[in-house]
Ligand binder design. Sequence first.
Ligand code: V47
Length: 367
Amino acid sequence: MPSFNLIDPALEPIAAKVAAGERLSREDGMTLYASNDLIGIGQMADHVRRTKNGDRVHFMVNRHINPTNICRNRCKFCAFARSEGEPGAYEMTLDEIAKAAAEGAADGAYEIHIVSGLHPEWSYEFYLDMVRRTREAVPDHVIVQAFTAVEIEHMAIIANKSTREVLADLKEAGLDALPGGGAEIFSDRTRAAAWDKKTSSDVWLRIHGEAHELGIKTNCTMLYGHIETIEERVDHLVRLREQQDESGGFLAFIPLAFHPANTELADLPATTGYDDLKTLAIARLMLDNIDHIKAFWIMVGLKVAQLSTAFGVDDIDGTVVEEKITHMAGATTPEALSKDDLVAMIRETGHTPVERDTLYRVVRVYE
Ligand code: V47
C-alpha cells in the first residue's frame, strides 16, 4: 500500500481511495481544489501516474499547422481569430499546408496537428482536400490529427450532413485522430458569457463519442483560469470521465492555461504555476479512465511542464515548431523545442523519456 505524507487531514479519505484504486467523487474534486496541500496532492497524483505509466514520460516530434485565423466565431478568450480583411488575417493554400506537413515529416514528425478558425468561405470539399493533401504529403506512419469538434460541427453545417457523416468522410480522406480543443468549460453560464456562438458542451461530447465509435481516437482539454468557477472545473472533469466510460476513445487530457493578452478578457491575470500544477495533479486523480495527462509546455511554460512530471503528468507534448493560438495571446515560451531539449528536460527529472506517436505507440525509449 502506498503511503502519502499529508499535511491536510481533509485529504485523508481521498488518500485511502487513491491507495485502493477507487474512483474519486465530485465532492473529492472540490476537496482537492480547496486544499493547499499541493505536495500531498502531487504525491497522490504521482502514485496514479506511476501505476498507469511506470517511470515513463512521453514526448513526440510533431508539427502544428494553423491554416487560417479567419473565424466566424469571435470567442472572448481568443486572440487568434480575425475577420476577413482585418489586419493580421491570414489563410494558407492547400499547397502551403501540404508543404508544411511534408517539412514536418522530413524533420521526423510522427504527428501533423491541424487546427483553424471557422473560415466563412471554405467549402466542405476544401476541408476534405486538406486532409487528402496532408495525408499524401507524409509517410503512412505519420498521424494526421486534425480539426476540433468545433470545426467538425462547422463542416456538418456547411455540408448539410450529420457530424457522424462528416467524421466518416474525413476518416476516408485520411484523418486518423482529433485534437482535444474547443471544449473550453462545459458550463452554459460561461458559454453564454464568453463564447456564445460556439459548439455546446453536449455537441462537443457527442462528436467525440461519434469519433470514438468510428475508431477515431481523440484528446480532450479544459480551458481554465478565466471566468470559470472551481465547481465548473470539477464538473468538466466529471463529464469527460463519464464520456470516457461510455465511448473510451480519449487518449490524453490536456488542461489549457488561459492566456489573457490581446483578448477581450485581457483584464484577467494569467494563471499561476501553483494553479497549473494543482490542476494537472487533480486531473490525474479525477480522470481515472484516461491514461495520459499532458502538460502542453507552450501553455504552462517549460519550468512548470518539467515540474509537473512529479505531479501526475506523463506527457509534455512535442517539438510543435509553429504555434499561433497561444503566442498571439501573449505566450512567452518558444514556438519550437528540439527533440534533444525534450529528452534533456525529462531526463533531469529521473524519468525515462519515451518518444511516442499520437496513439502512444513507442517510437523510441531513451534509457
Ligand atoms: O480550442 C484559445 C484554446 C485550443 C486561448 O489535442 C486558448 O493534443 C489559452 O486544443 N489561452 C487549441 N488557450 C489548442 C489545443 C491543443 C493544444 C495542444 C495539444 C492539443 C492536443 C490540443 O486553445 C482552443 C482553445 O481551447 N485557446 N485561446 C488562450 N487565449
